[in-house]
Design a protein around this ligand. Sequence first.
Ligand SMILES: C[C@](O)(C(=O)O)[C@H](CC(=O)O)C(=O)O
Ligand SMILES: [Mg+2]
Length: 297
Amino acid sequence: MLTSKLPPPERRSRFRQELASGKLLRFPGAFSPLVAMMIEQHRFEGVYISGAALSADLGLPDIGLTTLSEVASRSEAITRMINLPTIVDLDTGFGEPANVARAVTTIERAGLCGCHIEDQLFPKRCGHLDGKQLVSTDEMVRKIKAAADAKSDSNFLMIARTDARGVENLDAAIERAQRYVDAGAEMIFPEALADESEFAKFRAAIDVPLLANMTEFGKSQLLSTDQLSSLGYNVVIYPVTTLRLAMHAIETGLQDLASAGTQQGSVNSMQTRQELYQLLNYESYAEIDRKLFNFKL
Ligand SMILES: C[C@](O)(C(=O)O)[C@H](CC(=O)O)C(=O)O
Ligand SMILES: [Mg+2]
């Protein structure tokens, strides 16, 4: 109720333990605190805060237009309402190594368990589009070092994403990832790998935990949790899935309302009032009022 009672250091150390278990941890993306609460209700292991979903929610394309303050405040609002670990997408880190350091500090203070930065040249693109450009390996290494030094909780997870598979090739992506690990990245996010064999090659070459991005309508084959577990991946994100589901449902409902002149035909597809109140834990808020109004000196 109101806010999570789990202090961030405790949440991060629990997350580290889960990660060490070797079990694949599933992180669907949440574009709002309410969606994050539903992800928790459905017993997923964590929540991902996607740059693509966050910018789309603001009506903007995912080309690096959002500010650190916007990302931090949304991340904090989402993290506050759940006990699950949250990981956020910091795009290219909002600038040079010093900006990356400030971004990591800000996000850590917002209570998150980890973040990723990517090796694209600003302005960035969705990792599954053509025409991306990369910064040099040395430049990215400097950003990773700055990020690793900026952490104050050693359990805050620093993830490096490489977009090199789509720009150069798989070997170049592996080479970059190895350099990023040497620079202090504790997990690697290999963006836009094509299929199972590429996921397997990446796993064989890299010693730290790996994150798989199962975004729809992109360049990667959609692999199941069973496939990703047997491939040895540690975290899987479904970054824009909830937003795409919601937007499609909203569109269908609005079309129905416009054509029929009533939403009656869509009521059975809606979350009910009771379901919403349960998710919000409404009853325990009502309890505050009851206690106060029955209070006697
Ligand atoms: C993971 C990602 O960076 C995101 O912002 O969620 C995107 C997802 C997408 O656009 O589908 C990406 O893969 O670049
Ligand atoms: Mg992104």
